[in-house]
Design a protein around this ligand. Structure first.
Ligand code: GLC
Length: 571
């Protein structure tokens, strides 16, 4: 029995239109591989990954079968937040290379048919940015301070911050400067928020977008896209008052409707190129409002983090898929799927944590608590985590829409929890005085070779410490092994290209809520067993034309074992 996708009938024409578009743009169903440049490959032996390092691994990227790479920031930065504190938006950090290195990398990727997406960080600059340095020097009341959000303090002598707001990384959201004024920073102190009501701020970002688009980049990932626009009319509300305000587009700080005026202007810029440049929003907003960012007249696509936040649980996965497909068809964008990125505990570890199966406990919270409790590997069933991670990945790669993969997940890399306090880098760790451990454990430089210095990352160590066990996961060790995670990802990504059709799926009822089965147009079946009991495939399917073309675990017969995904092609 099949159940058609549950869409409102008035949304269905959009779906049909998408299905019949013969040349859908590349981004709609791309496999995008996120590179965290400082931790990918280090060509000049300074312990920090760089752009020539990426170029040196083009063969590896091409062999994966990805459609695009997204590069986290590689711009000049004092690294107060891993590069998300940008000192100059139109240059390359000298430790990572030069603009010529960027051009060479871009050309090499393009030559292999891989598109390039760069990260734009518009909510805040680095405190080292020329504008902020100018604002500090120019003093209170100056035009230079208008580009940021400076206010007088409260209390005697203005010694208290303007409000009691907290920064996302912990601690106060205001910092006092030498002459007594305060500036707003929603993230680290070294990341002053820009004033997006200022025309120069708007103009400058258009210049930046054009700078990279002119060089040939194919798209942009927009950092905290929901925070740029702010209503800071006095009197400013308190934190408690802010928390009570509805998040319906009128909130003073988050997800304001008028942020889309900025993106409408950017869209004109993107569409002035041939082909139009793409953009994907990182917007942590109410799910009912995410489509606003994904509309073609706004950024065009938005991350959907629901699976990343979900437990490995069949009914939960099904609900998320159904909801998101309906939502994205409503915006006429395609959906996005993410299991790991540079901000969360890697999914191979998340799914292996004891207690991770409890759908009532947010897995990201469970993982953060585990890190805080010392991150003992005894608390992780590594085999189970890996089994579930590859099952979830094959499930996601079968879905309509784009899949965003994070470097290292193709190696089955677990989170590194054993980083000494002195070696930590994440501002979250320092701003919460260690009450939150932060994101360093998913940013440890990749292991390329089991027996080389820094596991082949580079010849002079690695900026975050790699544990001894990293060698087991090295690329070189997995390369020739057909049973390795790397081989599975490669086969999956290549097959996905071949099997990919219109952006539709149909659920097939399995009689078990812990077994999800969907079929894509053309007869590409994806069956995931989230449970612990084997699942026997329907006879007709098991005996069908192509049979099982891929499995995350040993599944050659008609049985899908516990916590595994199989792909079956019937055409
Ligand atoms: C985004 C990035 C994160 C960064 C933050 C501030 O959430 O993904 O890494 O710390 O924005 O720029």
């Amino acid at each position: 029995m099949t159940t058609p996708l549950d869409l409102d009938s008035d949304l269905r024409p959009d779906l049909d239109a998408a299905a019949h578009d013969e040349t859908p743009p590349w981004w709609r169903q791309a496999a995008v591989y996120q590179i965290y440049p400082r931790s990918f490959a280090d060509a000049d032996a300074d312990g920090i990954g760089d752009l020539p390092g990426i170029t040196s691994r083009i063969g590896y990227l091409a062999s994966l079968g990805i459609d695009a790479v997204w590069l986290s920031p590689f711009y000049p930065s004092a690294l107060a937040d891993g590069g998300y504190d940008v000192a100059d938006y139109r240059d390359v950090d000298p430790r990572l290379g030069t603009l010529a290195d960027f051009d060479a990398m871009l050309a090499a990727l393009h030559e292999r048919g891989i598109k390039v997406v760069v990260d734009i960080v518009p909510n805040h600059t680095s405190d080292q940015h020329a504008w902020f340095q100018e604002a500090l020097a120019a003093g209170r009341g100056s035009a230079a301070r208008e580009r940021y959000i400076f206010r007088e303090g409260t209390g005697p002598g203005g010694a208290e911050p303007p409000t009691d707001w907290l920064s996302t990384f912990g601690g106060p959201a205001w910092e006092r400067v030498d002459d007594g004024q305060w500036y707003l920073h929603n993230f680290a102190r070294e990341q002053p928020d820009l004033n997006w009501d200022h025309p120069e701020v708007r103009e400058d970002f258009v210049t930046t977008l054009r700078f990279w688009a002119d060089r040939g980049v194919d798209g942009f990932r927009i950092d905290v896209a929901h925070m740029l626009s702010k209503d800071l009319t006095e009197p400013l509300p308190s934190r408690a008052e802010l928390d009570l305000l509805p998040r319906d587009g009128s909130h003073p700080l988050l997800d304001r409707d008028d942020v889309h005026e900025i993106y409408a202007q950017w869209r004109e810029v993107f569409n002035s190129y041939d082909p139009p440049r793409t953009a994907v929003a990182e917007a942590w907003v109410d799910p009912s409002r995410i489509h606003l960012y994904a509309r073609p007249e706004s950024l065009g696509q938005a991350f959907n983090f629901d699976l990343l936040e979900a437990a490995f649980h069949g009914p939960e996965f099904r609900r998320i898929v159904t909801d998101n497909l309906a939502r994205t068809h409503g915006s006429s964008s395609s959906s996005t799927w993410v299991l790991s990125n540079h901000d969360v505990v890697r999914h191979a570890t998340r799914y292996g944590l004891r207690g991770a199966e409890d759908p009532g406990l947010a897995p990201t919270k469970r993982a953060a608590q585990w890190l805080l409790d010392g991150g003992s590997r005894d608390e992780v069933d590594a085999e189970r985590g890996h089994r579930r991670a590859t099952a979830a990945t094959l499930f996601v790669l079968g879905l309509p829409g784009s899949a965003y993969l994070y470097q290292g997940e193709e190696l089955g890399l677990p989170e590194v929890s054993e980083i000494a306090p002195a070696q930590r880098q994440d501002p979250t760790y320092f701003r919460t005085q260690g009450a939150e451990i932060g994101r360093d454990g998913c940013r440890v430089p990749l292991p390329w070779r089991p027996d080389a210095p820094a596991f082949g990352f580079g010849d002079d160590g690695s900026h975050l410490p790699q544990p001894e066990w990293f060698g087991e996961f090295a690329v070189q060790r997995q390369e020739g092994d057909p049973a390795s995670t790397l081989s599975l990802y490669r086969r999956a990504l290549h097959l996905r290209r071949r099997l990919q059709g219109p952006e539709q799926l149909e659920w097939i009822e399995t009689g078990r809520d812990d077994v999800l089965h969907f079929v894509r147009p053309g007869g590409w079946h994806v069956v995931t067993n989230f449970g612990e009991a084997d699942y026997r495939l329907p006879d007709a399917l098991a005996a069908g034309a192509g049979g099982i073309v891929l499995a995350s675990a040993d599944a050659s017969g008609p049985v899908v074992p516990a916590e595994a995904t199989v792909w079956i092609a019937t055409h």
